[in-house]
Ligand binder design. Structure first.
Ligand SMILES: [Zn+2]
Ligand SMILES: [Zn+2]
Ligand SMILES: [Zn+2]
Length: 349
C-alpha cells in the first residue's frame, strides 16, 4: 500500500471468493449503507444487507462465483461452495457493491455507514430502529431509495402493521427454490420432552442441561438473535447474521419432502467437522446452520421469514435481550456495539 492507494482484501468462508481491491486513498472512507428491502433480506438471509460502493472490481475475481439476477440490473454474486454473498454488480448504474462483512479486519477507517434504505419494506422498522447511529453519527433513514424518497423518523413502523394469528410461518429464499414452514412450539413433541443435555446457548461453550433456552417467555414464540462469529459472517457476507432456533421436527418443506433439511434447491457446506451450513444453490440465500452437539435444533435465517408483522417477525420471535453470540469476533466492533446498545434500549421499553 502506498500513501496514495489503499488495498482492501475480502474473502468468503471457503476462500473461493477472494478479492483484492486497490483504491485511491482519497476515496476513503467508502460510502456504505444498510438495505432493508424484501429482495435483499430474502436473497441473503440476514435481517438486513450491509453494502459499500467500490470504484471497480476485476472481472476475473468474480468468475469463480455464481450469479443470480434479482432484477434486470441487479446481479447478485454468491459463492457456489459456501453460499456467501460478497458482491453485487448493478448494470443500470454500472457500479460494484461489496458486502462489508467479507472485508478483512482493518485498523484504518475504510467504511462509513451513512444511511438505512428501503425501511418501508420491513413494515416494523426492522434492524433500522436498533441502529440509529454508527460512530456517533446519525444515519439517514430513507423509506426507499437514498435521497429520492421520504425520510422516516426513528422508531418508525407502518400504520398498516398487522399480525395475523397463524400456526405456520412461511420462509422462502428470493428464487423460491427453498420454501418451507416453521410451526409454533409444541410442548408434547419428543424434542420438548427430552432434556437436551447437550444443548448450548449459542455464545456459550458450557452446556446448560435441561434448559429450553430457545423457547421464548411467550411460549408461542421462538428465540431469535444475532451472531457475529467469523464463520457466520463469511458464510453469509453481512456483518451480523440473524438466526432463530427451531427443532427440525417443526420444519415442514412446502414440496412435501420427507427430509426436513434437504429439499428444493438447498446445498450443503460443511464449514467445520461439527457444522453443516445450508444455502440455496440457485440464489445463494443462507438458510440453515446445524451443529452436531444439538442435531435436532437448527438455526433458521430470519431474513427468509414472511411474517405479516414485519421483518423482525415479532408475532413469532422474541429477540434475545442479553447479547449477541460471539460478539468478541465482530469485524466492525463499533457497528456491532452500537447495534447492541440500540437493541437493548428498544427491548427494555
Ligand atoms: Zn465460499
Ligand atoms: Zn435492497
Ligand atoms: Zn433461492
Amino acid at each position: 500500500m502506498s500513501a496514495t492507494t489503499t488495498v482492501i482484501k475480502a474473502s468468503c468462508l471457503c476462500g473461493k471468493a477472494n478479492f483484492t481491491v486497490t483504491l485511491p486513498s482519497t476515496s476513503l472512507p467508502l460510502r456504505s449503507w444498510i438495505c432493508h428491502c424484501d429482495t435483499c433480506r430474502k436473497n441473503q438471509g440476514s435481517i438486513a444487507l450491509f453494502h459499500t460502493e467500490i470504484p471497480a472490481l476485476d472481472s476475473a475475481s468474480v468468475s469463480p462465483l455464481s450469479v443470480y439476477k434479482t432484477s434486470e440490473n441487479s446481479n447478485r454474486y454468491f459463492c457456489p461452495v459456501c453460499g456467501c454473498h460478497p458482491c453485487e454488480w448493478d448494470e443500470g448504474v454500472r457500479k460494484w457493491y461489496l458486502s462489508t462483512g467479507v472485508i478483512q479486519r482493518e485498523d484504518f477507517p475504510l467504511i462509513e455507514f451513512t444511511e438505512h434504505i428501503f425501511i418501508e419494506d420491513t413494515k416494523d422498522g426492522g434492524l433500522s430502529n436498533w441502529l440509529p447511529s454508527v460512530n456517533g453519527k446519525l444515519l439517514k433513514r430513507w423509506s426507499h431509495h437514498a435521497r429520492k424518497s421520504q425520510e422516516l423518523p426513528l422508531s418508525w413502523a407502518s400504520s398498516e402493521l398487522q399480525s395475523t394469528p397463524s400456526d405456520k410461518l412461511r420462509a422462502r429464499c428470493s428464487c423460491g427454490g427453498v420454501d418451507f414452514y416453521i410451526s409454533r412450539p409444541l410442548f408434547d413433541s419428543p424434542e420438548f420432552r427430552k432434556d437436551f443435555p447437550d444443548l448450548k446457548i449459542p455464545s456459550e461453550t458450557v452446556p446448560r442441561s435441561k434448559e429450553h433456552w430457545f423457547i421464548a417467555k411467550d411460549k408461542q414464540k421462538w428465540i431469535a438473535g444475532f451472531c457475529t462469529c467469523t464463520s457466520c459472517r463469511l458464510a453469509n457476507g453481512m456483518d451480523v447474521m440473524s438466526w432463530t432456533y427451531v427443532p427440525t421436527s417443526l420444519i415442514t418443506p412446502a414440496d412435501g419432502s420427507s427430509h426436513r433439511l434437504e429439499f428444493g434447491t438447498l446445498k450443503r457446506y460443511q464449514s467445520s467437522d461439527k457444522v453443516i451450513r445450508r444455502f440455496c444453490g440457485k440464489c445463494g440465500a443462507t438458510v440453515f446452520y446445524q451443529v452436531d452437539h444439538r442435531p435436532n435444533l437448527v438455526d433458521v435465517a430470519v431474513g427468509l421469514l414472511e411474517s405479516t408483522s414485519g421483518a423482525k417477525a415479532e408475532d413469532w420471535l422474541e429477540w434475545r435481550k442479553d447479547d449477541f453470540s460471539f460478539r468478541d469476533e465482530a469485524r466492525d466492533t463499533k457497528l456491532v456495539e452500537e447495534l447492541l446498545h440500540g437493541y437493548q434500549a428498544q427491548q427494555q421499553r
